[in-house]
Design a protein around this ligand. Structure first.
Ligand code: S6P
Ligand code: ZN
Length: 189
């Protein structure tokens, strides 16, 4: 309902700063299980052998504008559970934005992660994600996050309502480097 003049109201939305959880009537939730991540990890044989019903990550989103509307902002969080497929950490699918010049903020809320970034020239690098770290994702940069810790990783996200998602390029070609645990440490190889 649209507010009337001089009315004081509740926002109806809660962002729990310590857990990163969103609460409100219009929050959308998406869960990604191992069965949804075919072709994402290097060792597809290993992925197929593991329990397909394992929950790998969950996303909460608040999408107050119509998809594709210019000028709006979307807000969300992602929780990635700890684990690996072989020596590759559990991670999000990763994407470019469909409108590739659209940018995004990520920030660390809980746990330890790595934001993996790739440009159109095939350079891949990563930013360490920790509680309170802030990450600006520039135009034309593919992004995915891996949990490199022993506890769930939670991070927040804010992106334009006309960004959209291009998952195709990543599912076809992947990133040009993979984040693996080597000698007990995360390394891009
Ligand atoms: C949307 C934003 C996040 C991701 C989420 C899951 O632009 O980057 O909300 O959607 O972290 O990752 P993915 O790659 O499966 O969409
Ligand atoms: Zn994005």
């Amino acid at each position: 309902m649209y507010p009337t003049h001089k009315q004081i109201i509740e926002s109806g939305l809660v962002f729990e700063s310590n857990t990163g959880k969103l609460r409100g009537d219009e929050i959308i939730e998406v869960s990604r299980y191992l069965k949804d991540l075919k072709g994402i990890f290097e060792d597809e044989t290993k992925r197929a052998q593991l329990d397909q019903e394992s929950l790998i990550y969950q996303v909460q989103m608040y999408l107050p504008e119509e998809t594709g509307a210019p000028g709006g902002l979307y807000f969300g969080n992602t929780t990635i559970f700890p684990g690996k497929v072989g020596n590759e950490y559990f991670m999000t699918k990763g994407h470019f934005h469909a409108q590739e010049d659209r940018t995004e903020y990520y920030w660390g809320i809980r746990g330890k992660g790595m934001l993996i970034l790739m440009d159109r020239n095939g350079n891949t690098w990563a930013e360490k994600m920790t509680v309170g770290s802030l990450h600006y994702i520039r135009p034309h940069i593919a992004h995915r996050v891996a949990n490199v810790g022993k506890n769930p990783l939670v991070f927040g996200a804010c992106w334009p309502s006309d960004a959209g998602h291009n998952y195709n390029d990543i599912s076809k070609n992947g990133f040009t480097a993979r984040l693996k645990e080597i000698n007990g440490k995360p390394q891009l190889v």
